[in-house]
Design a protein around this ligand. Structure first.
Ligand code: ACO
Length: 437
C-alpha cells in the first residue's frame, strides 16, 4: 500500500501522498493542501520545503555527500574537466569524445562578445562591484543576441547555452581588465576553457602570461566543485524567475544577483575580508570567535556553517588539498593562511560550533586558493558565478521540461492592519499634530 501522511485539522482527517526519492529521501506531497483544507504551510527560508523534483544533483547534508548526475564530486574533481562536467550537468550524461569535441568547439565558436558591449563596461563607475556589472551584462546579452524565428527552439536553446557558458567567462575577464584600465585580451582557440580565462585575465603586452597547468587544474577543480548544489539560493532564484517564462539570460542574471550576497557566493570574498580584519587586529582569531558566539552580536564567522551540510562540506577538503598544492608549487606563503588554519582548529574544537553543527564550508578554503592565483578579492564571487553557471543552466532546462511546472508564487500569513478607512490628507495633518497618527 502506498505510504501516506495523515493530517487532522478541525476534526477532519486528510491524507497526503509520500514521495520517495531515488536515494530514499522522503517528502509529503502537499500540493493539494490549500485546495483541500484551506490552509497553507508556513516555512520561512523554505527550510523544510522541496520546491521541485530534480535528477541533477544529490546531496546528503548529514553524511557530507555531493554527486552530480550520480557521480561523486571527489571523482569528478579527480578525473573530469570543467567543460565535461558542464556537459554532464546540462545533458545528463558524460559526453563521448565526439560529443565533447563538438561541445568544446561550440564554446570556442561563441567566445567573443559583441564589440559594442565594451562601451557598456566603460560607462560603469570605477570601483563598481564586478558582480553587479556581470549581472547586468548577462541580461544585456539578450538584446545583443535576440531569438531568431528561423531557428527551432532546440537550436536556439543550444546556442544560448553555448553563448552563456563561453561569453560569461569572456565578460568576467573583460570586466577585470577594464576596471584596471587595461587592454582587453581576446579568447584564443588554441587554449582550453580554463587556460583561456587565465590568459584573458593576466596576459600583458609587456609580460606575456605563462600558463602554469597546475594552476589551470586548480581552477578546473574549483569550478567543478562550484558547478551545482541543488536548490541553493541562486539556483532557486534562477528557477523562480524562469518560472515566469522569462528568457534564460534574464534568469541567469537573477542567479548572479543572488549569488552576490555574503551569505551565499559572496562568502569567499567575505572570508578573506574577515581574515584581513583578524590580521589587522593583531592576528588572534579568538575575539572574533567570541563575537560570533554572542547572540546579541550579528557578527558571524564567514566560511562556517551551511544550510544543508551539518558535517564537513565535501568540497572543502578537495579545495584545501588543491590550495596546499598550489601554494607549495608557487612557493607562496600567505599570512592569512596561518590565521585561517588557527581559526579552523579553534572553531572545530569549540562546543558552540560543535553543538550548532557548524563546520568550514567550501568558501573558507576557496578564497585562499583564488588569492594564490592572484585573483583580486572583489572578483571572487564572479569566479564562483562562472563555476555555478552550468548548474543554473541545467536546473533551468529541467524546470522548463517539467510537465508539472508552475509559476513560482508563494503565499504569506498576513499580520498587518485589518480593514480601516482612508483618512483625507488634511485630516491627517491635524491627527499627526494631535499625536493620533
Ligand atoms: N557563525 C556563527 N554562528 C552561526 C554561523 C556562523 N557562520 N552560521 C550559523 N550560526 C548559528 C546561528 O547564529 C544560529 O544560532 P542559534 O540557533 O543559536 O540562534 C544557528 O547557527 C543556525 O543559523 P541559521 O542562520 O538559522 O542557519 P542557516 O541554515 O539559515 O544558515 C548560513 C546557513 C547562512 C550559510 C550560515 O551558516 C552563515 O551565515 N554562514 C556564514 C556565511 C557563509 O559562510 N556562507 C556560505 C555558505 S556556502 C555557499 O553558499 C556556497
Amino acid at each position: 500500500m502506498a505510504e501516506k501522511a495523515t493530517l487532522i485539522l478541525d476534526g477532519k482527517t486528510y491524507e497526503f501522498p509520500i514521495i520517495t526519492g531515488s536515494e530514499g529521501d522522503k517528502a509529503i506531497d502537499i500540493s493539494k493542501l490549500l485546495k483541500e483544507t484551506g490552509y497553507i504551510t508556513f516555512d520561512p527560508g523554505y527550510v523544510n520545503t522541496g520546491s521541485c523534483i530534480s535528477a541533477i544533483t544529490y546531496m546528503d547534508g548529514k553524511k557530507g555527500i555531493l554527486r552530480y548526475r550520480g557521480i561523486p564530486i571527489e571523482e569528478l574533481a579527480e578525473h573530469s574537466t570543467f567543460v565535461e562536467t558542464s556537459y554532464l550537468l546540462i545533458n545528463g550524461n558524460l559526453p563521448t569524445p565526439d560529443e565533447l569535441a563538438a561541445f568544446s568547439g561550440l564554446l570556442n565558436d561563441h567566445s567573443l562578445v559583441h564589440e559594442d558591449m565594451k562601451t557598456f563596461f566603460s560607462s560603469y563607475p570605477r570601483g563598481a562591484h564586478p558582480m553587479g556589472i556581470l549581472s547586468s551584462m548577462v541580461n544585456a546579452l539578450r538584446a545583443f543576441y535576440p531569438e531568431v524565428p528561423e531557428r527551432s527552439q532546440e537550436e536556439e536553446l543550444n546556442l544560448t547555452v553555448a553563448r552563456l557558458l563561453s561569453k560569461l567567462r569572456t565578460l568576467a575577464a573583460m570586466s577585470y581588465r577594464i576596471s584596471r584600465g587595461h587592454r582587453v585580451i581576446y579568447p584564443s582557440h588554441e587554449l582550453g576553457y580554463c587556460a583561456n580565462f587565465l590568459n584573458m585575465m593576466f596576459d600583458s603586452p609587456v609580460k606575456p602570461y605563462v600558463i602554469d597547468y597546475d594552476v589551470v587544474r586548480a581552477l578546473e577543480v574549483f569550478w567543478i566543485t562550484s558547478a551545482d548544489h541543488e536548490q541553493n539560493c541562486s539556483t532557486s532564484a534562477v528557477r523562480h524567475v524562469g518560472s515566469a517564462r522569462v528568457n534564460l539570460y534574464a534568469s541567469i542574471s537573477a542567479g548572479i544577483s543572488a549569488l552576490w550576497g555574503p551569505l551565499h557566493g559572496g562568502a569567499n570574498q567575505a572570508v578573506i575580508e574577515m581574515l584581513q580584519e583578524i590580521r589587522d587586529s593583531g592576528g588572534d582569531p579568538r575575539p572574533f570567535i567570541e563575537r560570533a558566539k554572542d547572540r546579541n552580536d550579528p557578527f558571524r564567522l564567514m566560511g562556517f556553517g551551511h544550510r544543508v551540510y551539518k558535517t564537513y562540506d565535501p568540497r572543502a577538503p578537495i579545495i584545501k588539498k588543491m590550495t596546499d598544492k598550489i601554494l607549495t608549487k608557487l612557493g607562496r606563503t600567505d599570512p592569512l593562511l596561518d590565521i585561517a588554519q588557527n581559526l579552523e582548529e579553534l572553531v572545530i574544537r569549540d562546543p558552540y560550533f560543535i553543538d550548532h553543527n557548524l563546520y568550514p564550508n567550501v568558501d573558507f578554503h576557496s578564497g585562499i586558493l583564488l588569492r594564490a592565483m592572484d585573483v583580486p578579492v572583489n572578483m571572487f564571487p564572479v569566479m564562483f558565478a562562472i563555476g555555478r553557471l552550468p548548474g543554473w543552466i541545467g536546473q533551468w532546462m529541467e524546470s522548463m521540461e517539467d510537465p508539472d511546472r508552475k509559476l513560482c508564487r508563494p503565499r504569506q500569513i498576513y499580520l498587518g492592519p485589518t480593514l480601516r478607512e482612508y483618512i483625507p490628507r488634511d485630516k491627517r495633518i491635524q491627527m499627526k499634530e494631535n499625536g493620533e497618527l
